[in-house]
Design a protein around this ligand. Structure first.
Ligand code: FAD
Length: 339
């Protein structure tokens, strides 16, 4: 549950409001055809301090990122051996602090932030509390997501009074933006003013029956109030361009920001395609299979991401959104050749 505002929190909120936060959609509109840069970071593992976040952001400051996304990580369920064959179920959150990190980044760097918020593990009341906390801290953006199933569940199970799909959260945020709180009969509450983003999948979401069905559901998120979309990582620009065409044909007119992840280690080759269900194009795969060390992979991966980025910029992508996954060195090398 979010903590009640204390005096340190109020001070932070007051300082924060002085920085005139901007919405992602306004950054995109003001760009006037220029391709922007943004990136996504992960909250540090529990027990690490905020300096690990700064160490990831500092090398990218010179490229003037328009906004920084901070992911949200659902709790994991683990079973601890308690002797005599007894197992204790323990809920563990490894990377807490998304909203606080967003507020801190905004104050320290004066860069707009986008906290991710997921349906998984949240009741509608808890979702509202998180949105109020963002609004109170002057965070004007939120990326509304469903989240994945927790590890030992076969499929996504919403909380009893939670949302089953991201579209339901988008509707809740849009309602709050109109001043409709869950129990507003008790309140004289001002509307929030959050810019809503949502996720999309050029190679379809893994659970979707097919790409067209996925896009039909995507349209519902946009109709409900999502003002822009950010794609899952992809390595084949043709798939992104095709996806954007299909979205436009389906009546989705909002900006679609490509998400890019440089492949830089042998481990990435093993887990990224499997985890995110994305295909590597033949030309890229052919180079990667020749790699023997992380250094080989890094060279190939960066060259590929540079080529992807150049083409996306040439063809008018609104923004390049990089998934840093806690490492900004490769993104820095790419950005230096694009921006
Ligand atoms: P939804 O939009 O709910 O879609 C999920 C599936 O349900 C799709 O197959 C869709 O076609 C289908 N669907 C949608 N609406 C309906 C409906 N009304 N009825 C029936 N079917 C429907 N995960 C995290 O845990 N934390 C993060 O910080 C995070 N950040 C992300 C950022 C980006 C840019 C992306 C692309 C993904 C991110 N994810 C994150 C992963 C995301 O939570 C998962 O991919 C999740 O499985 C789906 O989330 P969604 O918001 O796309 O869900």
């Amino acid at each position: 549950m979010p903590t009640p505002p204390g005096s340190a929190f109020l001070l932070l909120a007051a300082r924060f409001r002085a920085h005139f936060p901007m919405k992602v959609i306004d950054h995109l509109r003001n760009a006037q055809g220029r391709t922007l840069l943004s990136f996504e970071i992960l909250p540090p593992l529990k027990g690490k301090d905020i300096r690990s976040i700064y160490a990831g952001i500092d090398p990218l400051l010179e490229f003037k990122p328009s906004f920084i996304n901070v992911t949200y990580h659902r709790e994991e369920v683990i079973y601890k051996e308690r002797g005599h064959g007894l197992l204790q179920k323990v809920r563990l959150r490894k990377r807490p602090g998304t909203i606080g990190i967003c507020a801190t980044i905004k104050v320290k760097y004066d860069i707009d932030t986008v906290p991710h918020l997921i349906c998984g593990g949240f009741s509608r009341e808890e979702t509202e509390d998180a949105l109020i906390e963002m609004n109170f801290l002057g965070i004007d953006n939120v990326l509304a997501l469903r989240g994945d199933a927790i590890k030992n569940e076969s499929h996504f199970i919403p909380e009893r009074d939670g949302h089953a799909h991201a579209v339901d959260m988008v509707r809740q945020i849009a309602a709050l933006n109109q001043g409709k709180y869950l129990h507003d009969e008790e309140l004289e509450a001002a509307p929030t003013d959050l810019c809503i983003g949502a996720a999309c999948y050029p190679e379809k979401h893994p659970e979707a029956l097919n790409l067209n069905v996925d896009i039909a559901y995507l349209k519902q998120k946009v109709d409900a109030g999502a003002e822009y979309l950010v794609t899952q990582m992809f390595f084949d620009n043709a798939k992104y361009f095709h996806f954007v065409d299909l979205c436009r044909e389906a009546g989705i007119t909002v900006p679609i920001i490509p998400g890019l992840k440089p492949i830089t280690t042998l481990k990435h080759i093993a887990f990224l395609p499997k985890t995110f269900r994305v295909d590597l194009p033949d030309a890229f795969a052919a180079e990667l299979v020749k790699c023997r060390t992380d250094a080989d992979v890094k060279q190939v991966g960066i060259e590929w991401a540079v080529a992807q980025s150049k083409e996306l910029v040439e063809r008018g992508a609104p923004c390049l959104h990089f998934y840093t996954m806690g490492r900004s060195e490769a993104v820095r090398s790419i950005a230096a050749r694009i921006f």
